[in-house]
Write a protein that binds this ligand. Structure first.
Ligand SMILES: NC(=O)c1ccc[n+]([C@@H]2O[C@H](COP(=O)([O-])OP(=O)(O)OC[C@H]3O[C@@H](n4cnc5c(N)ncnc54)[C@H](OP(=O)(O)O)[C@@H]3O)[C@@H](O)[C@H]2O)c1
Length: 223
């Protein structure tokens, strides 16, 4: 049974992607730090179609947690694809950001994505195939006022993704990046950077577009 692994699957875009990609995989593996939210996604998925769904609570910033996750994933499941979706943002003038906020963005968005990709690529190389989709943002395409460090983290993921696409070119391991604009998700709950998030697109609409455009292209742009 072939499985897809999705990080940040307890809310927002990750949950919506889990629903879309469950059309193509008979097992879905949900990753995040909050068990209850992952369980809610699991319940929604299993109400939608007959599926094997597993949840793992992991902080992707932590290398030991990522490594033991990957050992379990590749021992217990046939993990064929990874969506690196988990991410955080802190916004405001660069002078207002605390060291903890900067670290959280870089350690989650950049280091977490790198650690998971590295561990999965090692396993995919043994199998001879695999697929990685990195959820980036239009913040990975251009600079934005009061988003400097978040944008820096997303440019980093874009550079990582483009480089891996070249490094893995000619193999059956594919890697793509998805670039989307603002979505109405809990991402904005702890800051006032977006005044009226109800004007943003829904994660369900964006997830459906990503899924539809995910046809082997290296860049999925949904603006
Ligand atoms: N919302 C937007 O406007 C927007 C626009 C473009 C791109 N994006 C990107 O889309 C992705 C999903 O964001 P979203 O809008 O769906 O926001 P969200 O609802 O806040 O989802 C982010 C998810 O990441 C998980 N997460 C955060 N830190 C983690 C960690 N250290 N380890 C494991 N999981 C962690 C969170 O779960 P736990 O707290 O349970 O760990 C949460 O489920 C992010 O990469 C974001 O940068 C968002």
């Amino acid at each position: 049974m072939s499985a897809i692994v999705i990080t940040g699957a307890g809310s927002g875009l990750g949950r919506a992607l889990a629903l879309q990609y469950s059309k193509d995989y008979n097992e879905i593996i949900l990753i995040g730090r909050n068990h209850e939210r992952l369980q809610q996604t699991k319940d929604i998925l299993q109400q939608t179609r007959e599926l094997e769904v597993s949840t793992y609570t992991v902080n992707i910033q932590n290398q030991n947690e990522v490594e033991s996750l990957c050992t379990s994933l590749f021992t217990k499941h046939d993990a064929a694809a990874l969506i690196n979706n988990a991410g955080v943002g802190h916004f405001g003038p660069v002078t207002s950001l605390s060291a903890d906020e900067i670290s959280e963005m870089l350690d989650t968005n950049v280091k977490g994505t790198i650690l998971l990709s590295q561990a999965f690529i090692k396993e995919f190389q043994k199998k001879g195939k695999g697929k990685i989709l990195n959820i980036i943002s239009t913040a990975g395409l251009r600079g934005k006022v009061n988003e400097s460090v978040y944008v820096a983290s997303k440019f980093a993921v874009r550079g990582f993704t483009e480089s891996l696409a070249k490094e893995l070119g000619g193999t059956a391991i594919t890697i793509a990046g998805a670039y989307m604009g603002g979505m109405d998700t809990p991402f904005w709950d702890n800051n006032d950077h977006i005044k009226d998030k109800s004007r943003l697109k829904s994660p369900e609409v964006i997830a459906e577009k990503i899924y539809r455009l995910d046809d082997g292209r290296a860049e999925i742009i949904v603006e």
